[in-house]
Design a protein around this ligand. Structure first.
Ligand code: PLP
Length: 397
């Protein structure tokens, strides 16, 4: 099996698992209990909080809150901040956010909020002029993802934070950092960003644990009320094994950042150029400038994405279709549509996402098999005239 779908989820690092196991076995005490038996779990939470603080590059451990996933982090940030400022009713976000953000804003639109959705260009880059134009004195919240899950484009969130705050220091700026975490450095303490959410399963921790950074100066109300856990901001007995795993994964991810930006990037580039060179109907769906080092989104013109995925799967290759939608429908991706990717490539776009565990031999195998698959699929495509024209065009280049 060749796993190139690391933006969907990642394998748990064995070093992460080793840290978790004691808290799934003997060390099961509730970390809030008073007896000595609770000391180790309580200490594990402390260690993890410090590791996650360091991962974010935050100033203070009290700025870190553990959650169950990236979606919870986004909901906690957005709903928590909007509840604190009920007089402002304007929100700005982008057309290419993850559904956990977009669908949250839909609920606010129903409550009477005015939500502006900023567009992107054909390479997935955000239109900052549009953002500046849309900012108002009553803008309560702006939210922009750090890196896009489908095409990997990195948004200049530090610069956006400054634009937002210079318009109104009270406007809260939330960043969905799920796809940036473990791929590029974050260093939030040097920025004007108020909140950043991450999800453990995207950087080799297990599914079911995440975190939210909340700058000390930013006020939110809790999403989950109950006990005093997470300083009253997120009730519920802490998931000690998973939080310990998240902390270790964060430490390992931070240590691997230079490997990501060199070796993972080299393999991604090799895969991408290898495919685009050898497959005449392949085109890159992204900028070459600022993007995370592990992601490549390639459009295969006049071919169905689902068919490509099935053929890849026959060779044991796991990738993802740009048209995979949470609802399970075959609607083309909202991200690729916002980029204006031509209809001819929209349905045949495939995301390959690597990790620090991806091997060169795996990349070579995919480069070898992709032309074989595409040869079969272009032959059965109903768009033979268009494909012949494309072949001639590519041959001329
Ligand atoms: N934000 C982005 C950009 C994502 O890619 C994802 C998951 O794919 C999420 C949020 C949601 O994370 P989770 O699945 O942990 O809720």
């Amino acid at each position: 099996m060749i796993y190139l779908d690391n933006n969907a989820t990642t394998k748990v690092d064995e070093k992460v698992l080793d840290v978790m196991i004691p808290y799934l076995q003997g060390e099961y005490a509730n970390p809030s209990s008073m007896y000595d038996f609770a000391k180790k779990p309580a200490e594990a939470l402390k260690v993890a909080r410090e590791q996650v603080r360091d991962f974010y590059g935050a100033k203070d451990v009290n700025e870190i809150f553990f959650t169950s996933c990236g979606s919870e982090s986004a909901n906690m940030a957005i709903k928590g901040a909007l509840a604190c400022n009920k007089t402002r009713k304007h929100i700005i976000t982008t057309k290419v956010e993850h559904p956990c953000v977009l669908n949250t804003y839909k609920t606010f639109e129903k409550q009477g909020y005015d939500v502006d959705y900023i567009g992107v260009n054909s390479e997935g880059e955000l239109n900052l002029d549009e953002l500046k134009e849309k900012l108002r004195k009553d803008t309560a919240l702006v939210s922009v993802m750090w890196a896009n899950n489908e095409v990997g484009v990195i948004n200049p969130v530090e610069e956006i934070a400054e634009i937002v705050k210079s318009n109104s220091p009270e406007t809260i700026f939330f960043v969905d950092g799920v796809q940036a975490a473990g791929k590029i450095p974050m260093n939030v303490k040097d920025t004007m960003i108020d909140m950043v959410g991450v999800s453990g399963h995207k950087f080799h921790a297990p599914k079911g644990v995440g975190a939210l950074y909340v700058n000390k100066g930013c006020r939110i109300v809790p999403l989950i009320n109950g006990g005093h856990q997470e300083r009253g901001m997120r009730a519920g007995t802490e998931n000690v094994p998973y939080i310990a795993g998240l902390g270790k994964a964060a430490e390992l991810a931070k240590d691997s950042l230079s490997y990501e930006s060199t070796e993972v990037k080299r393999l991604r580039d090799k895969l991408e150029t290898g495919i685009i060179r050898n497959v005449f109907n392949a085109r890159l769906n992204s900028t070459l400038k600022d993007r995370v080092p592990n992601t490549s989104n390639i459009g295969f013109e006049y071919v169905e994405g689902e068919l490509i995925l099935l053929h890849l799967s026959d060779y044991g290759i796991c990738a993802s279709s740009g048209s995979a939608c949470t609802s399970g429908s075959l609607e083309p991706s909202h991200v690729l549509r916002a980029m204006g990717i031509p209809f001819t490539a929209l349905h045949g776009s495939i995301r390959f996402s690597l990790s620090r565990f991806t091997k060169e031999s795996e990349v070579d195998f995919v480069i070898e098999k992709m032309p074989v698959i595409m040869d079969k699929l272009t032959k059965i495509s109903p768009f033979q005239d268009e494909l012949n024209k494309l072949k001639l065009l590519k041959g001329d280049r």
